[in-house]
Structure formats: structure tokens, C-alpha cells
Design a protein around this ligand. Structure first.
Ligand code: ATP
Length: 233
């Protein structure tokens, strides 16, 4: 079943048009990778889907409903979550950050889900009352993930989950995401790190605000464009 469907999406900043007619689909429970170099438009696309940037042309549908006129918080309530590159508020405690992720849920639900997340992330549990600023880069990324998982989204948009992380943490992030996928969450991940292809069912290569290529993981791995850009071949 199609969860998210984009047709001819256009967006930009002021007079600057960045996205030029993006067509893209994500099915329920599916993991889709957005690959592309710096400035390709990946972040702009995720921000347009969650509503931080206006969609100037085309349509964005979630479970068949057009999203363009809805504010970001209304999109969140419908089951979409967005994890930006920054992800957490450093001056707030770990608990407070997680609570923010479920700001529209009742307290009991947030407490119950936080307890479950703390079992998944023991490093965070140990420091639950400390400011997020005291965490290492890898732990902050984990907190960013815990913060978005508390809302139990059906679609999680992630902007460069590997940015600023040592390779060992990238592996950990991938493992955590695999757990999230097990729970039935669809993922749309913008990444320059091709290691994330191993997670993906399908992917899109974005270039100059357009879809240059799309296909299954195997098709992308075999494509000359991806091999040239990411495997140095
Ligand atoms: P990166 O990996 O660097 O984040 P990206 O694929 O996510 O790359 P975007 O961040 O979407 O790319 O940027 C696409 C284009 O939009 C770039 O040319 C960038 O300079 C421009 N851009 C991004 N944010 C703004 C902004 N707030 N105002 C004007 N232009 C912007």
C-alpha cells in the first residue's frame, strides 16, 4: 500500500527554485534511500514533505490525503516524523528531549514509550536527567532517533543520520534503524553514505533537484551513475 506519494513536487527558497518536479513513492513499512551529492536538494525535499518549506507545485499525499495545505504539526499528528541533522536540543535533558518528541501524546503514553526506549538505549537511560550536551556525537544521534520514535510514526524522514559520526557509530545507527523497520515504520533516509543502501528496499538518486535515477537496491548498486558517484568506479 502506498503511504507517501509525491507528484511533480516543486519547492525552493525565495526566488531560488531547488526542486523541479519530483515524483516519489514510499510504501507502508518500506525503507527508501535518497542518495545525492551535497546541494542535490535532499534536505529541501524532506523539509517540503514535513511542511517546513512550502510546496509550490505538484502534490504530496499521505495515505491519499493531500498534505500541502497542512501545517507541519498536523502532518506530524498524521504519523510523519522528521529527524533533522541536528536532531536534539542540547540544553534540555535526555528525558525532556524524548518528551518533546511525543508532545501531542498524553503523559502516560509518553512515559510508557520512554521506558521502552530506555531499554533499547541503555546509555541514554543512565544519563536520563543530564543535558543532551553532555552526550557524545553517537549518543546524541541515538537520542535523536529515540526522540522521533516516541511518536511511533508510520513514516520517519531522516536527514543524514550518519553525519558527523565515526564508522562504528554508523553501523550502530543502521542497527537501530533496522529495529525500527521491524516495528513497521517506513523510512525515507537522505544520505551521502552509501553504507545505508544495505538497509534500503529502493532508492532515488537526486541531482540538481531532479530524480536522476530510481530503482531497487540491486538496481542502484549496479547502476553506473551510483557506482561512479559512491564507489569511485
Ligand atoms: P546537503 O547534503 O549539503 O545537505 P542536500 O542534497 O540536502 O545537500 P539541500 O540542503 O537541499 O541539499 O540544498 C539544495 C540547494 O538549496 C543548495 O544549493 C543550497 O545552497 C540551497 N539552500 C539550502 N537551504 C537554503 C536556504 N535556507 N536559503 C537559500 N538556499 C538554500
Amino acid at each position: 500500500m502506498t503511504l507517501l506519494s509525491l507528484e511533480g513536487v516543486e519547492a525552493g527558497y525565495g526566488p531560488l527554485q531547488i526542486l523541479w518536479g519530483i515524483d516519489l513513492d514510499v510504501a507502508a513499512g518500506e525503507t527508501v534511500l535518497l542518495l545525492g551529492a551535497n546541494s542535490a536538494g535532499k534536505t529541501t525535499l524532506l523539509r517540503t514533505i514535513i511542511g517546513l518549506i512550502a510546496c509550490r507545485g505538484g502534490t504530496i499525499r499521505f495515505e491519499g490525503e493531500a498534505l500541502q495545505m497542512l501545517a507541519p504539526d498536523q502532518r506530524i499528528r498524521r504519523g510523519i516524523a522528521f529527524m533533522s541533522e541536528l536532531g536534539v536540543f542540547p540544553s534540555l535533558s535526555i528525558e525532556e528531549n524524548i518528551r518533546l518528541g511525543g508532545y501531542f501524546l498524553d503523559r502516560a503514553t509518553v512515559r510508557q514509550r520512554s521506558d521502552r526506549l530506555f531499554e533499547m538505549f541503555p546509555d541514554l537511560a543512565k544519563k536520563r536527567r543530564h543535558a543532551a550536551a553532555t552526550l557524545s556525537g553517537g549518543q546524541r544521534k541515538m537520542l535523536g532517533i529515540a526522540k522521533v520514535l516516541v511518536s511511533e510514526p508510520r513514516l520517519l524522514l531522516m536527514d543524514e543520520p550518519s553525519s558527523g559520526l565515526a564508522p562504528v557509530f554508523v553501523k550502530q545507527v543502521i542497527k537501530i534503524l533496522q529495529t525500527a523497520i521491524g516495528a513497521g515504520t517506513a523510512l525515507l533516509i537522505a544520505e551521502q553514505n552509501v553504507a545505508f543502501l544495505e538497509l534500503a528496499d529502493r532508492g532515488y538518486l537526486i541531482d540538481g533537484g531532479r530524480v536522476r535515477l530510481s530503482g531497487t537496491r540491486a538496481q542502484l548498486e549496479a547502476s553506473t551513475a551510483v557506482r561512479e558517484a559512491y564507489f569511485g568506479l
